[in-house]
Design a protein around this ligand. Structure first.
Ligand code: M6P
Ligand code: ZN
Length: 181
């Protein structure tokens, strides 16, 4: 089968489920909780959206999705996805499509960061929790391909963090330890 992505409209055809994550959906994830609360009260902006192919999320299938993270910061921390671990530890592939972002990975001990630009393939090995971050001033979009039975464990990230956080610093970025005050 062939699936067409309309970059301007941000839609897949044929399409599967779509997901919109607003600031209020990212509770407990930004370090500066006061700034997060203010942003929720002040219009609760869309932080990212995910459009998926119609391939089902079941074992042996390989669903795809395109995530677009809007540019922005909350309390100095770049806008990002919630991040998740795959409960039964399976790998995943990302392909940068537009904008500038990064792929943050954490296995409970070590942290890895992959700069993502159009054409970059980011590989997430089994057992590494992952989060995507928009570090640019334009929307950052990437294609994800993952095993249909991989699942999404969001509580793992709330409990274990992602090793580091990504902050805007001058015109660039800086990393700080996830649980640092
Ligand atoms: C990528 C994939 C999806 C994921 C999405 C948003 O498209 O990894 O499986 O759902 O990013 O990330 P999150 O689920 O962490 O909000
Ligand atoms: Zn994943």
């Amino acid at each position: 089968m062939s699936i067409r992505f309309d970059q301007a409209a941000g839609t897949l055809s044929p399409a599967g489920p779509t997901l919109t994550r607003r600031m209020s959906d990212l509770e407990g994830l930004f370090r500066d909780q006061n700034s997060w609360r203010t942003a929720v009260a002040d219009g609760d902006p869309i932080v990212y959206s995910v459009v998926s192919s119609p391939v089902p999320e079941i074992d042996r299938e390989l669903p795809q999705s395109i995530t677009t993270i809007h540019p922005g910061t909350t309390g100095g921390e770049f806008w990002m996805t919630k991040g998740h671990q795959h409960p039964n530890h399976q790998g995943e592939i990302y392909l940068g499509m537009s904008g500038n972002g990064g792929l943050l990975m954490f296995d409970g001990k070590d942290t890895r960061w992959v700069d993502m630009a159009p054409g970059t393939i980011g590989y997430i090995p089994p057992g590494w929790a992952h989060r995507s971050v928009n570090v640019g001033s334009e929307p950052y979009s990437f294609l994800a391909v993952y095993p249909g039975g991989a699942g999404h464990d969001y509580s793992w990230v709330l409990e274990n963090g992602l090793g580091q956080r990504v902050w805007r610093q001058d015109d660039g970025l800086a990393f700080v330890d996830y649980f640092a005050e």
